[in-house]
Write a protein that binds this ligand. Sequence first.
Ligand SMILES: NC(=O)c1ccc[n+]([C@@H]2O[C@H](COP(=O)([O-])OP(=O)(O)OC[C@H]3O[C@@H](n4cnc5c(N)ncnc54)[C@H](OP(=O)(O)O)[C@@H]3O)[C@@H](O)[C@H]2O)c1
Length: 272
Amino acid sequence: MRVSLRFFGRMLLLTIALTAFLPRVTLAGTIDASRPTVFVTGANRGIGLAFAQHYTGTGWNVLAAVRAPDRATELLELAKSYEHLIIEQLDVTDNERIAALADAYRNTPIDVLINNAGVYGDTEKQAWGSIDAVTFHQVLAVNVFAPMKLAEAFSDHVAASEQKKIVSITSGAGSVSRDGRAGGGMFYGISKASLNMAMRQIRAELEGRDVIVALIAPGLVATDMLAVARPSLFANANTPTQSVVGIAAVIESLDESYDGRPRNYNGAVIPW
Ligand SMILES: NC(=O)c1ccc[n+]([C@@H]2O[C@H](COP(=O)([O-])OP(=O)(O)OC[C@H]3O[C@@H](n4cnc5c(N)ncnc54)[C@H](OP(=O)(O)O)[C@@H]3O)[C@@H](O)[C@H]2O)c1
């Protein structure tokens, strides 16, 4: 028993040591201080990639955070033709890495922080009769705690910018006031309702700093997530580009009159 404990101890130390050397790459573009800056998480595919494409297309500095930069093929391709795109490694559940990035960019005002990265969670493990604790924690860690931590870590960068906007991508599945099942997985809906409350709390925390804390839903969008979550709706969903054009217009329109309630990508108010 003592031998196997020592063995596991060594394996744990080895794992920690190896993890410390995992690539935490920054793929360098440059920040042009005369341009607005957006920071978007989960920028390698789906809606996040469409955000990177949209904001590079409109001339912004784009800080594109992805879990695995070497596998972010489309972003890497985009970076070849656009100088002000910087690809940063970030697993949004890695709080140390969030702090390191916040420190690395301490002198960079961030006009718009977009908490886009999200997970749906294994469908079976959130089905009634087989709800699973580990899956629940994973979904909440990515969909709720990470956006809170990112908002906290980057609130000074946002407050120092011209536009001062923190945007979290929510979903109609998080509407508590809707009758019956909002559709989709139980954990996912709970996570988006929690995200909505989290951003309400953060809005209150940041009161007086002129920071707009917004919740925007993308509608049904044909991404990997929808293919798993609601495959029957995939064919009639918007493309990521269509959704992001709408979301970007909503972001642009946000001003001090914004009341904090979730908006759809077409600007409609979504009930809490
Ligand atoms: N598609 C829809 O119809 C729909 C509807 C309502 C709301 N939403 C919301 O829209 C957002 C984007 O979803 P999507 O449809 O584009 O989904 P997607 O295609 O599945 O993409 C999810 C993105 O999140 C990233 N991600 C997941 N866990 C992460 C982690 N721990 N650290 C860093 N990145 C992580 C993924 O990176 P990897 O490639 O590394 O996994 C990927 O880039 C999500 O918040 C989702 O809840 C989508």
